[in-house]
Ligand binder design. Structure first.
Ligand code: ATP
Ligand code: MG
Length: 284
C-alpha cells in the first residue's frame, strides 16, 4: 500500500483531489479521518497541513506527497521532486513600498524583511551577498511594512492584487513554484515502486490530455491534402469516407496552444462542420 501525503484543506486541496480522481483513484467515503484508503487502487491518503508534508515524506511516514515546491525548498528535507504537477502556480517575490526608489538588490542591505519563508530568503540573500534582517511571521506578511514591522516583504505572489492593495511593488522574483510530487527513492519496496509507476503513468495520461483537443470535421475530397498538411497529430490524422463520396471526415488531435490558428487555417482551406471535443486521458 502506497501512502500519499496531501493537504487536508487549502489552496492545494481541490486540484490534488481532482488529479487523483482523474487518475481513476476513488476513495472510501470516510469523513473527518486523517487516513483514507482508496477503494479501487492500492494507495491511502494521509491528510496533513502542507507544512508537514515534506517531513512526512522525509521521515518515511508517507511514501510520496503532493505539496508546493516553495514548501519543499523551505523545509529543506531529504526528499526528491519526482514530477511537477502544473497547478497552484505562484512565485515567491521580494516587494517594497511603492514610494521607495528601487535601484537593485543593494536596496535590501541592512533592511528588515518580513516573511514566512526564512530559509529560501536567507539562501537567496547569501547567494547575492546581501546582509539583511529577516523577520519571521507566519501570516499577513503583506501588512508588515504599513504597520512599521518591516521595510519590505518576501512572500507568495500570484496575481499581485494583494501587493497593490497594500501599496507594495514586486521588485525581485526569487522562485517560481507549483505543486510537485515528492518522494524518497530509497524508501520504496518493489511493490510500492510498481504502484508509484502506475500512478505516474496515469498522471502522464491526464496531463497530456489537458492541453489537447480532439477535432472532427468534414472536408471536400479535393481539399483533404491541404487540410491534412495543416493538421498536426499524434501520428497523422484519421480520414474516413462519408456517404457523400465528394466528402470525407477528418479526425485529429490539436494542441491547445495552436488551437485557434489551426482552426482558422482549416476553415479557410474548406473544412466544415468542425466539432471540438475535450480529451479525458491520453496514453502515448
Ligand atoms: P496549511 O493550512 O495546509 O498550512 P497554508 O495556509 O499554509 O495551508 P495555502 O494558502 O493553502 O497554505 O497554500 C498552499 C500552497 O498553495 C502554497 O504553499 C503555494 O505553493 C500555493 N499557493 C499559495 N497561494 C497561492 C495563490 N495565490 N495561487 C496559487 N497557488 C498558491
Ligand atoms: Mg502551511
Amino acid at each position: 500500500m502506497l501512502r500519499i501525503a496531501v493537504q487536508s484543506k487549502g489552496r492545494l486541496y481541490d486540484e490534488t483531489m481532482e488529479l487523483l480522481s482523474e487518475a481513476g483513484i476513488k476513495l472510501v467515503a470516510v469523513k473527518r479521518t486523517l487516513l483514507v484508503p482508496s477503494r479501487n487502487f492500492p494507495v491511502e491518503l494521509l491528510f496533513l497541513r502542507d507544512d508537514d508534508i515534506p517531513d512526512s515524506v522525509a521521515s518515511g511516514t508517507s511514501h510520496i506527497g503532493i505539496v508546493g515546491l516553495n514548501e519543499v525548498l523551505e523545509k529543506n528535507k531529504k526528499v526528491e521532486v519526482i514530477r511537477k504537477l502544473g497547478f497552484s502556480k505562484c512565485r515567491l517575490s521580494l516587494a517594497i513600498p511603492k514610494q521607495e526608489k528601487y535601484d537593485g538588490l543593494q536596496w535590501f542591505a541592512g533592511k528588515k524583511i518580513a516573511t514566512s519563508y526564512p530559509e529560501i530568503l536567507d539562501n537567496y540573500l547569501k547567494k547575492n551577498g546581501i546582509e539583511a534582517d529577516i523577520h519571521v511571521i507566519s501570516g499577513s506578511v503583506e501588512i508588515a511594512p504599513s504597520i512599521g514591522l518591516a521595510d519590505a516583504i518576501f512572500d507568495i505572489v500570484s496575481s499581485g492584487s494583494t501587493l497593490v492593495s497594500n501599496n507594495l511593488v514586486e521588485v525581485e522574483t526569487v522562485l517560481n513554484s507549483e505543486a510537485v510530487l515528492i518522494g524518497r527513492a530509497d524508501n520504496l519496496s518493489a511493490e510500492n515502486q510498481e504502484i508509484l509507476d502506475e500512478l505516474l503513468f496515469r498522471i502522464e495520461a491526464v496531463k497530456a490530455a489537458e492541453t489537447q483537443k480532439y477535432v472532427l470535421m468534414n472536408v471536400p475530397r479535393d481539399k483533404v491534402d491541404e487540410v491534412v498538411s495543416i493538421l498536426p497529430g499524434m501520428r497523422s490524422p484519421t480520414i474516413l469516407p462519408l456517404a457523400d463520396e465528394q466528402w470525407c471526415s477528418i479526425h485529429a488531435v490539436v494542441n491547445e496552444k495552436h488551437f485557434w490558428e489551426v482552426i482558422g487555417r482549416i476553415k479557410a482551406a474548406g473544412a466544415e462542420g468542425i466539432l471540438v471535443l475535450d480529451i479525458e486521458k491520453m496514453v502515448l
